[in-house]
Design a protein around this ligand. Sequence first.
Ligand code: FMN
Length: 264
Amino acid sequence: MVDVATTTDVRRAPVSISVDPAADTDRCTASTGFVVLADHVAGGWREAIRGGTRHGLYTPSASIMGRGTMKVAAFNGSPKRDGNTARLLGYALEELETAGIETELVHVGGRPLQGCLACQKCFERRDRRCVNDTDEMNGFIETMFEADGVLLGSPTYYADVTSEMKALIDRAGYVAGANGGLLRRKVGAGVVVNRRSGGIHAFDTLNHLFLISEMVVVGSSYWNVGIGLAPGDVDADAEGVRTMQTLGRNMAWTIERLAGQEGA
Ligand SMILES: Cc1cc2nc3c(=O)[nH]c(=O)nc-3n(C[C@H](O)[C@H](O)[C@H](O)COP(=O)(O)O)c2cc1C
């Protein structure tokens, strides 16, 4: 193998690209398992591959645009860490992990989080942060911005999301918009639990963030609403569980296919 190019991936980690001159000249290999996106200078075509090897014309200007390990951050808007919302999110996260996608479950419910102050400072500073540093919100926002996919989960409170989830939506959404669209083309989905009704309205609230942020919203075989009152009730909602599992698989499918398409 002969090293023919060195570049960096999106995390700025060094990656070398090599070819085997004795073998098929149509092959190039990256030193990591990262997704390689090679732009052919003359033809202008490109192809994303996994596993470090691709078939097709090699060009020394190949650049590493994608990542081998994609990540989904799930935000639980319930004050209960092992309540129904966390469980529903868990069903989707299990499928994502099975597909090789890294996941993180972040509990925002029950945390002392302020709503948006409407100070517009994020539009002045454009530093990817909310100027209000008196709570944990900036950590949550950073986790959201770093993820490839975002799951927002909330119990239904008076036919809407919890106040902590709404604070996350308002502040993360505003900071993302102030900084040129930091959620653009991330993959998103909402997950809701209700005892009886109002869940579809809460689901709408979650989707509002995704859709105004130019995110790619993933669906399932039903709207992503589970039924339950006491913690653990949702486990008995077989259709709700299936809906979340399908959602997780669809999210993984979508994220994998979008990998390496940042320039598109
Ligand atoms: C303040 C409050 C308001 C609620 N409002 C509704 C509602 O509008 N509709 C509904 O079906 N359930 C409502 N519920 C029930 C919760 O949505 C339900 O218990 C849910 O399973 C809790 O999820 P968790 O275990 O993740 O916290 C409400 C519960 C609370 C505490």
